[in-house]
Design a binder for this molecule. Structure first.
Ligand SMILES: [Zn+2]
Length: 332
């Protein structure tokens, strides 16, 4: 049986399908990749494929008792653990982990394979991570654990080394746009949302256009004012603050800068005489192609620094200064 029903992510799905067909699945997986690109959906597809009663079919049937109960959200052998909310400081508590470990002491109730999905595993606090160590090394038979993270550095190396790693990539904008349209989003709005979502269908679905508009205004205001080091630092602290909790959400912060990159990308295509390629309506075209292209590159470089290990406030403050300097150089 192969995995089915997940958008994009061919290499990951092919690999897992091959392991499934050969009976060589690991007992613990680490699904690595950005939020909203299909890591959780893949874990669900894996559970369906493992437990479908019609295993001779190429894909899960969706009809048998097992498929039916899973799709209705009532299959007792699929367990999901996640931090209570999206806040960077949210934790997966040790009590919840102990409860799962206790359940794993029983054979899967439906006689198939139990799958435990631990979403945002970087939110395991130290006690939770410790409690999980032994189980992760050797879960009882017929149990598979899947942990999702954006970056393996979020986890203790001792946890990472006990899991087989599968990498998930950002989805192409075109794939996200197509899926939004399929779900009834207006094609123009879908184009903007896809471009602002950084390859994450999950994020694109959550983005609302009013919020995009507000963030865009905020960024434009920050870029428009004269400013200096103090203002740059204040802007950086405000922006970074929304992504700071127990640890900094570097992916989220880098993606927030995508919107800024979009502004410059739009200015560049307008200046290049291709206004039909603009993603945002109501933007005044910038006449200077080189300036827009340079600023776009500056945003991308800052995103790389943030995803590396740069101090995030410093990276954002330096970016604001670089953007302003680029403009001054061109104007005089
Ligand atoms: Zn089935």
């Amino acid at each position: 049986m192969r995995l089915d029903g997940v958008l994009g992510q061919r290499p990951a799905l092919q690999r897992l399908s091959a392991e499934l067909a050969a009976g060589r699945l690991a007992h613990a997986y680490l699904f690595v990749g950005p939020a909203g690109v299909g890591r959780g959906s893949t874990a669900r597809a894996l559970f369906l494929a493992l437990n479908c009663r019609q295993r001779d079919r190429e894909t899960p049937c969706g009809q048998c008792d097992s498929c039916h109960r899973f799709l209705a959200g009532t299959h007792e052998d699929f367990i999901e653990l996640a931090p209570p909310d999206d806040a960077a400081s949210a934790q997966i508590k040790v009590e919840a982990v102990r409860q799962v470990i206790h359940t794993l002491g029983f054979a899967p109730f439906a006689g198939g394979v139990r799958l435990v999905l631990i979403r945002s595993a970087g939110h395991l606090n130290p006690s939770s991570a410790n409690a999980l160590l032994k189980t992760l090394e050797e879960p009882p038979p017929d149990n598979i654990l899947v942990l999702t993270v954006q970056d393996p550095r979020e986890l203790l190396p001792t946890l990472v080394s006990r899991c087989r790693k599968v990498t998930f990539s950002p989805l192409p904008d075109e794939t996200v746009r197509g899926e939004l349209v399929r779900r009834g989003v207006d094609p123009e709005a879908a184009r903007l949302r896809a471009a602002a979502a950084g390859g994450s269908l999950g994020r694109a679905l959550k983005l609302d256009e009013d919020e995009l508009g507000r963030r865009l205004e905020w960024i434009n205001a920050a870029l428009g004012r004269g400013g200096g080091p103090a203002e740059d630092w204040a802007f950086a602290e405000e922006l970074v603050g929304t992504f700071r909790g127990a640890r900094i959400d570097r992916q989220g912060l880098a993606q927030a800068l995508d919107l800024m990159a979009l502004v410059f990308r739009d200015q560049a295509v307008s200046a290049a005489g291709r206004p039909e390629m603009r993603l945002m309506a109501g933007q005044s075209p910038d006449e200077d192609l080189e300036l827009a292209a340079e600023r776009f590159a500056l945003v991308r470089r800052a995103q790389e620094r943030i995803l590396g290990n740069a101090a995030p406030e410093l990276a954002v403050a330096v970016l604001m200064d670089d953007l302003r300097r680029a403009g001054t150089r061109r104007r005089f």
